[in-house]
Design a protein around this ligand. Structure first.
Ligand code: FAD
Length: 512
């Protein structure tokens, strides 16, 4: 069942993000029994398993030295139950496939990752994925009713929300106290095991969601769906400075928007017809009637008339699509940059409490200046969650040290502002070594206890969430002289996948 052909292994050496690591082998299971067999084999051989969906995850949880378990094709069953407003989706089913099937029933999965065209159900749950609409509807966590998994013991289980199972791992009054004290109070987090959520719900499912392939392999997800709201409208609001933008955000959040996105001038400069402002907020509202949705757009604009320097409104879906074009153009523009500005995701997912948003963006601009690395800043303002693409010149010497400096400075900034290193992409390998800075050694020990309880032989994704002893965020990079050697044609195809966000491409095809 294991493919060890050198070209196939090379095709799986990269995901989105910065790493290139050649796996020992690749497996393409077609059903749960195949996964069970792989787990049993791993228990014997001690060759770890790296579960993988589309490979679009950023922090390196989808690459590694062991066996890549490609779950992007064999688990495509999808059944919608319109009466119960739910769906059972195999791990391979993407957000887009799920929503296309739910739409005829007037239903949808509300959290909307921008990577929905390719992100798989297994990958979304494993990273606790989120999107612009998370400001109103939460991350995917809230929408998972049950998971079908294969555990490290090789057993198949269905873990349901509400089952309140503490068989595998339980908290004491002391550990509950520690968690309440030490977990940062951000609106979003995909930063380590969600012990805070587990403490609240008592549901094992909360430990598995966001566990990044380190506790179990997910073979199917039972999703809860929601009716598609009838009316939508919104506005683009420009500001002359960061302070007025940061003051506007809590006001807009109080109006219950379904999205509130930030485009900073560092990003807007790459979009040709973007308005000339220091930052732009895109706000979307969903309501039950056209009158209600127009009313709330009016409230938003009136309430901010003293501070905005640019206003455009849209009263329906078509108009809104046009307003959001500026956001959509940003990613392709960044991927077309010359090699003197290579877009790298190394500090791309920090999240801070809402009242620290302005300080975070200002701090990001300052550390980028100090390290001499241009950045493009954008993201989910309503959740205090900001994406940053670092754009170093990788044709010049010293870029790797500067990049490491940027990573360290942003980590300092985030800890100072009581943030978390990842709002939605996960910890992966990239951030495993800094988790302790955010949570302290005692919570880090709890993370280790969780890992040991579920995966005592460490066969699932070692080095992810719990750091490897030789952890470094800038080791095993896909760029630069030290990059692992793979056939040139495959390296070119992988770069093309990255540039065009073609993560839906079956990776095995890249080896042909
Ligand atoms: C252009 C672009 C835009 C993006 N936008 C967003 C966004 O808006 N919101 C967001 O949240 N993310 C975003 N991402 C990141 C990424 O798409 C998400 O993290 C997504 O959920 C990953 O899904 P995947 O199928 O690609 O998983 P992979 O990248 O293959 O895996 C991600 C992690 O999940 C684990 N995993 C995958 N499948 C399973 C499984 N079946 N069982 C157990 N573990 C598993 C892996 O081990 C790994 O740790 C974006 C990425 C790109 C390239």
């Amino acid at each position: 069942m294991l493919v060890t052909d050198a070209r196939v292994r090379a095709a799986y050496a990269e995901g989105a993000g910065i790493y290139r690591i050649l796996p020992a082998a690749v497996a393409l299971p077609e059903n749960q029994d195949d996964v069970v067999a792989l787990v049993r084999e791993a228990r014997e051989s001690h060759l770890p398993l790296i579960p993988r969906g589309a490979g679009s995850g950023m922090p390196g949880g989808n690459v590694g030295h062991g066996v890549i378990v490609d779950l992007s094709t064999g688990f495509s069953d999808l059944v919608i139950d319109p009466q119960r407003r739910s769906a059972r989706a195999g791990a391979s089913v993407t957000w887009a496939e799920l929503n296309a099937a739910a739409k005829p029933y007037g239903l949808r999965l509300p959290p909307d990752p921008s990577s929905g065209a390719f992100a798989t159900s297994g990958g979304m749950v494993a990273t606790n994925a989120a999107g612009p609409r998370t400001v109103r509807y939460g991350s995917v966590r809230k929408w998972v009713e049950a998971l079908e998994i294969v555990g490290a013991d090789g057993e198949i289980r269905t873990v349901k929300r509400g089952a309140r199972s503490t068989e595998q791992y339980a908290l004491t009054p002391d550990t509950r106290h520690l968690i309440a004290e030490r977990f940062p109070k951000t609106r979003k987090a995909s930063s380590g095991y969600a012990l805070d959520r587990f403490a609240e719900s008592g549901d094992e499912i909360d430990l598995l969601i966001g566990s990044e392939g380190t506790l179990a392999i997910i073979t199917a997800v039972h999703w809860r769906l929601d009716p598609i709201p009838p009316d939508v409208a919104g506005a683009a609001l420009g500001f002359a400075d960061l302070e007025s933008m940061a003051e506007a955000v809590p006001y807009l959040v109080s109006l219950n928007p379904s999205a509130l996105e930030l485009l900073d001038e560092t990003l807007l400069q790459f979009v040709s017809d973007a308005p000339k402002v220091a930052c732009l907020l895109l706000v979307e509202f969903e309501r039950e009637t056209a009158a209600a949705v127009r009313g709330v757009v009016g409230d938003a604009v009136r309430g901010l008339k003293q501070s905005v320097t640019h206003v455009e409104t849209a009263v329906n879906r078509a108009g809104l699509e046009q307003l959001w074009n500026v956001r959509r153009q940003a990613s392709p523009a960044l991927s077309r940059l010359p090699p003197t500005q290579r877009s790298l995701q190394i500090v791309e997912d920090g999240c801070v409490p809402l009242d620290a948003l302005g300080a975070y963006v200002a701090g990001l601009r300052a550390v980028a200046d100090r390290r001499g690395i241009p950045v493009a800043i954008f993201g989910h303002a309503g959740d205090g969650h900001v994406h940053v693409n670092a754009l170093p010149d990788t044709t010049e010497g010293g870029w790797r040290d500067a990049l490491r400096g940027l990573f360290d400075d942003v980590t300092d900034l985030l800890t100072r502002l009581h943030g978390v290193p990842s709002g939605e992409h996960g910890v992966g390998r990239l951030r495993a070594g800094i988790l302790e800075r955010f949570y302290g050694p005692a919570v880090m020990q709890l993370f280790r206890d969780v890992k040991r309880a579920y995966d005592p032989l460490s066969i699932f994704n070692p080095g992810v969430i719990i750091p490897a002893t030789d952890w470094s965020p800038v080791a095993a990079l896909k760029i630069g002289a030290g990059a692992a050697v793979i056939p040139e044609d495959i390296a070119t195809r992988l770069r093309e996948v990255e540039r065009s966000a073609a993560w839906a491409t079956p990776k095995r095809e890249l080896a042909h």
